[in-house]
Ligand binder design. Structure first.
Ligand SMILES: Cc1cc2nc3c(=O)[nH]c(=O)nc-3n(C[C@H](O)[C@H](O)[C@H](O)COP(=O)(O)O)c2cc1C
Length: 339
């Protein structure tokens, strides 16, 4: 199989909600929710994508002929390159009623194991998904990172306890899911969280604690005050509130505010290895990609995801080669330009 075949297969399998556009830039799906779109008016995913396009690479090919090394250390692991596949809670609700996110998580963890990276996963409010993901983690080199929806500290601690014998590289809470109406309706506890509640979770976790859904320097500061080992700069792909800036637009002020105090990850519209290069040049430690990984899954399961990851890693490696970086720490802000 090649990546073009993956896209052709995905068109047949993914169902009517996703058009498998030549570039996954949020234009084809607009505000289609359920589906892969963004909250009305539906420009969030596209704004994320566009924000990365405003940044360009400064090419410089006078330098060392040394080979490229894309590896990084994150959460005590050596990753082959600085990427995580991003969490998706429910594909049954968003794509086809017969689909199961447990299978997506299994295939992602398997692909991440062979490609040397990590998969962050959600559960779509189905308790069994955590149990199945723990088993997938056991089968696939413990490559999974659970991403819990907002809930009471008591309930999150119960979920953390499930991992007693299978500690993941890190655990995460997706704070911006406070914007999902079905979560708030569920038990009234799915809304915004206080610094005190986050501090309690950080203290309870036996592994690094990540807070996902940070979009301001002030939010990043609060997450650091709560003890975040890492934050994910993310607007949930435009799905929780309309009219936020693109994540690439806010990344610099967040880096200025908390770089060195916590790891900084970013997602939203990252579609090429060169986008990862840009994020690292801006001060991020790693990136996440969501929608195109799902398309790759529908187009070829584990193999489809592996082909997609190979492509992204090769693009990152090319960008490094052409801008004079041989190792990830060589990448600096001087290698990019804001247009
Ligand atoms: C269909 C769909 C479901 C998602 N479900 C979750 C989820 O359960 N938990 C979560 O933290 N993020 C969820 N996200 C957000 C993604 O993890 C990611 O933050 C966002 O899509 C931006 O990345 P992208 O532009 O590469 O898609 C979901 C996104 C999509 C499109």
């Amino acid at each position: 199989m090649n990546y073009e075949e993956v896209l052709t297969n995905a068109k047949k399998n993914i169902g009517p909600n996703c058009k498998v556009c030549p570039v996954c830039n949020g234009l084809g799906c607009g505000n289609l929710m359920p589906g892969p779109g963004s909250k009305a008016p539906g420009n969030g995913a596209h704004d994320n994508y566009t924000a990365w396009r405003k940044i360009r690479l400064n090419m410089d090919t006078i330098g060392s002929p040394d080979p490229i090394d894309t590896s990084v250390e994150l959460f005590g692991r050596k990753l082959a390159f600085p990427l995580l596949t991003a969490p998706i809670g429910s594909i049954r609700l968003q794509f086809n009623p017969s689909d199961d996110v447990a299978d997506f998580n299994e295939k992602c963890m398997a692909a991440c194991e062979t490609r040397g990276i990590l998969h962050a996963y959600g559960n779509g409010l189905e308790q069994r998904i955590w149990d199945e993901a723990i088993l997938s983690g056991r089968r696939h080199g413990n490559t999974g990172i659970p991403v819990f929806n907002p809930d009471t500290p008591e309930n999150i601690e119960k979920l953390m306890d499930l991992y007693h014998n299978d500690l993941p590289a890190a655990m995460c809470m997706v704070l911006d899911s406070a914007g999902l109406p079905h979560l708030r309706k569920l038990n009234g506890k799915g809304g915004t969280k206080t610094i005190g509640e986050l501090r309690r979770l950080k203290a309870y976790s036996k592994v690094p604690m990540i807070f996902k859904g940070i979009m301001t320097a002030e939010g990043a500061r609060k997450a650091v005050d709560a003890g975040a080992d890492a934050i994910i700069v993310s607007n949930h792909g435009g799905r929780v509130v309309p009219e936020t800036p693109g994540t690439a637009d806010v990344l610099p002020e967040i880096v200025d505010a908390v770089k060195g105090e916590t790891k900084i990850l970013v997602d939203g519209g990252i579609r090429y290895g060169s986008d990862i290069f840009k994020a690292l040049a801006m001060g991020a430690d790693a990136c996440l990609i969501c929608r195109p990984v799902l398309i790759a899954y529908y187009g070829g399961g584990q193999e489809g995801i592996e082909l997609y990851l190979d492509r992204i890693r090769a693009e990152l490696s090319d960008a490094m080669y052409m801008c004079g970086a041989r190792k990830i720490p060589d990448i600096t802000n001087r290698m990019i330009r804001r247009m």
